[in-house]
Design a protein. Sequence first.
Length: 217
Amino acid sequence: MPRTPEESRALFDHWARTYDLSLAGSDGPKAGPLAGYRASLLAAADRVPVAPGAAVLDVGIGTGALAELLAARGAALFGVDPSAEMLAVCGERHPAFTLEVGDFNQIPFAAARFDAVVSSFAFHEVPPAGRAAACAELARVLRPGGTLCLLDVMFASPASREEARAAIGEYWDDEEDYPLVGDLDALLYAAGLGATSWWQTAPFHWMVLARKPRGTA
Ligand SMILES: C[S@@+](CC[C@H](N)C(=O)[O-])C[C@H]1O[C@@H](n2cnc3c(N)ncnc32)[C@H](O)[C@@H]1O
């Protein structure tokens, strides 16, 4: 059964200080759905168009793993996360980042504030009933012409999700409800985002780039 937002916050508050260490070896079978975590982050960071000085928001920033790669390219990083402990660790590692408590459904920044909005391995934490509103909120804070990048554990079809569950076995996480590519694509379109491109970055990971059209609010 998927965890509630309160259970999720408690999990990540508890995990914050050991999170990076526990993902450092995330390529073996015990990594479960996160296998290939680091390679997927690098693939996503490579594809996000970020100019030096660009304002970039990472939603579900955690300890800052994806944000760090974009900051290295000269972007100004902002982060949102519901877990105060994840934000505390992120702030210690990256004092230049601007960090706020928030979540996909309540992003505490003005409309059209960011050149790019990114997120890694966090969108699945939004319960399915809240995903349409979350996509609208992501679109709200993007400037017209800006780019959204979502990277997560995702599957192309229910069948591929079931195959993965069987392959991962005891390391599958029943508390997580991973999106299907087609479902998320439709939600992004309904939120007014277009020009979507999809890539599979690891056996259980997909990323999407989508653009907010120029001339929209
Ligand atoms: C698996 S961690 C990923 C952290 C980081 N982005 C990374 O790639 O390592 C999931 C993160 O999503 C955050 N999170 C949980 N629910 C969320 C929500 N509804 N909106 C935004 N972030 C959420 C958690 O607190 C946690 O920091």
